[in-house]
Design a protein around this ligand. Structure first.
Ligand SMILES: [Zn+2]
Ligand SMILES: [Zn+2]
Length: 229
């Protein structure tokens, strides 16, 4: 028996044979069935570009706006969960209070879906240096490093307010703060790159990351993966 990382109740871990054949590494089970049920997967009627739930149509209004802004050069984003109250609470404890152990909950929630998206390179969205210092770890890399091999190619300028502290309007107006690290010796042109992030809110962060990489490697084939949408 184990203790659930979220509620502290004892539970028995389950094992499925099918899971053993997935690409990404299966993390240990750290939350109970009851806590798990609070995280709701996105339903199947979704935006074909960013995975946002849609009642009708093929593309959401966010993606329509990106389409106009980037003359059709959209970023395909795969997401798994709805950003509901349970997720909000989890992310606040993980990011704001820097509870490192909670990366395991996020790993348990996303590893299976992540395993379905094969790429040549998995690139984590970088955290600003001052935020890493505050928490003593990089929140995005900490989630994904145990699941897939990470390639660190993007850096983030310091002194930039975190997206989570902004209003939607401020988020959309935020300036490019990502850059390709100088010591990068990999050629990403014609390679499949999957950008990794925790939450896709407006898409601003992931589009900036995509653009930074595309400026240096115009032929890179870039998509993204976020745990929530
Ligand atoms: Zn629990
Ligand atoms: Zn969309």
């Amino acid at each position: 028996m184990r203790r659930c990382l979220l509620c502290g109740q004892k539970f028995a871990a389950q094992l499925s044979l099918r899971e053993l054949f997935l690409l990404s590494k299966k993390p240990e089970q750290v939350i109970c069935f009851h806590c798990r049920s609070k995280f709701v997967q996105l339903k199947s009627s979704r935006c074909q570009i960013c995975s946002k739930e849609l009642d009708s149509g093929q593309i959401c209004s966010d993606c329509e706006a990106w389409k106009r802004k980037y003359t059709g050069n959209l970023l395909r984003n795969y997401a798994v969960f709805k950003y509901n109250d349970a997720f909000h609470e989890l992310m606040v404890n993980y990011k704001r209070y820097g509870d490192y152990i909670l990366r395991k909950v996020l790993q348990e929630l996303c590893w299976q879906e992540l395993g379905k998206h094969r790429a040549d390179f998995y690139v984590p969205i970088p955290t600003a240096p001052e935020h890493i210092q505050q928490r003593q770890f990089d929140t995005i890399s900490a989630i994904f490093a145990d699941l897939v091999p990470l390639t660190t190619v993007l850096g983030k300028k310091s002194g930039v307010k975190a997206q989570g502290e902004k209003t939607r309007k401020e988020r959309l107006l935020s300036k490019q703060s990502f850059f390709v690290l100088e010591n990068t010796n990999i050629n990403f042109n014609f390679k499949k790159v999957l950008l990794l992030d925790d939450i896709y809110t407006t898409g601003r962060t992931l589009y900036h990351a995509r653009n930074a990489l595309l400026t240096a490697f115009p032929q890179a084939k870039i998509a993204s993966f976020s745990i929530c949408r």
